[in-house]
Design a protein around this ligand. Structure first.
Ligand SMILES: [Zn+2]
Ligand SMILES: [Zn+2]
Length: 304
């Protein structure tokens, strides 16, 4: 089952040095989730061969333009290409007004339904759930209401050990109970412990997207021990005051969050236009948390 993140944009504020504002596509079990939709997202999807008609769920962290200005272009292209499938958007409630006014003045009625699920930047909530995956908001601290998103697989069922089932002659009708952890009691009343017949399922995988935010240790419990954390790193530590003034984070601070939360791997992004060369940011982060990567456009991060 695939769990993969593709970076489409990693620039803060403006497109520069071939870098585009924030956008990522997640492929989790062949469900495609778009996370933020900065200017140029559609072009980036074409460039990296992401089929945008497969996206049914879009998550927008906040209403600064570098995180959503690509959205109307995407909706418009979906409309022109005849999309009929409803599109779910998880975003601050005010996005509805922005979409409505653009459609009003272009006298457009979209051919598909857009369903806005308003996010609440004051409280972490589960905002999406299907049989395998759930998404929760992470409360970030930025100049305007802003949430991150935690994508997690649900706990899987226990794995049946076929040879053991055959040797104990367990009837098929008991398989579901075994997957849920129950012991097997045969027709003579003999108890076969569950652990004899099943093995542990794979640990659920998880990915957190945290952009934009001031350094804020209160997110640590939400991202503790996860497989992969994306955290903004707009500046380097010599601009730590500028970072605080603008409610952003430095590379060293992002790495500190990763270290304190004991995540397995960190991606940093949302780079300021002042950095043409990003390797000094990477070096700064790696001094604190070695397993750090830059969010380079087109790079894919797979959680095994
Ligand atoms: Zn931003
Ligand atoms: Zn912002």
């Amino acid at each position: 089952m695939i769990f993969e993140i593709t970076i489409l944009g990693s620039s803060s504020a403006t497109p520069i040095y071939q870098r585009h504002p924030t956008a990522q596509v997640l492929n989790i079990h062949e469900r495609f989730f778009l996370v933020d939709c900065g200017e140029g997202t559609l072009i980036q999807m074409n460039r990296f061969r992401i089929k945008f008609h497969r996206i049914n769920h879009i998550f927008i962290s906040h209403l600064h333009g570098d995180h959503y200005l690509g959205l109307m272009g995407l909706l418009s292209t979906m409309h022109l290409q005849g999309r009929a499938t409803p599109l779910h958007i998880y975003a601050p409630n005010d996005l509805q007004e922005i979409i409505d006014i653009q459609l009003k003045y272009s006298q457009t009625t979209l051919r598909f339904e857009v369903i806005l699920h308003p996010t609440d930047a004051s409280k972490s909530k589960k905002i999406y759930e299907d049989e395998d995956i759930e998404v929760r908001t992470i409360i970030l601290s930025h100049r305007i209401p802003c949430t991150g998103f935690l994508f997690s697989e649900k706990q899987r069922l226990r794995k049946l050990q076929k040879e053991k089932l055959h040797s104990y002659e367990v009837p098929v009708r008991f398989y579901d109970d075994l997957k849920n952890g129950k012991d097997y009691v045969d027709e003579n009343g003999k108890v076969i412990p569950n652990s004899e017949l099943t093995s542990d399922p794979r640990k659920p995988r998880s990915y957190a997207f945290c952009s934009d935010t001031i350094y804020n240790e209160s997110i640590i419990p939400a991202v503790r021990n996860i497989d992969l954390l994306y955290h903004e790193a707009t500046f380097m530590n010599d601009k730590i005051e500028r970072a605080a003034e603008t409610f952003h984070t430095t590379a060293a601070q992002a790495a500190t969050i990763a270290k304190k939360a004991d995540v397995k791997r960190l991606i940093v992004g949302h780079f300021s236009a002042r950095y043409k060369n990003l390797y000094p940011l990477l070096d700064e982060a790696k001094e604190i948390f070695v397993n750090t990567s830059l969010a380079i456009e087109g790079d894919r991060f797979t959680i095994e």
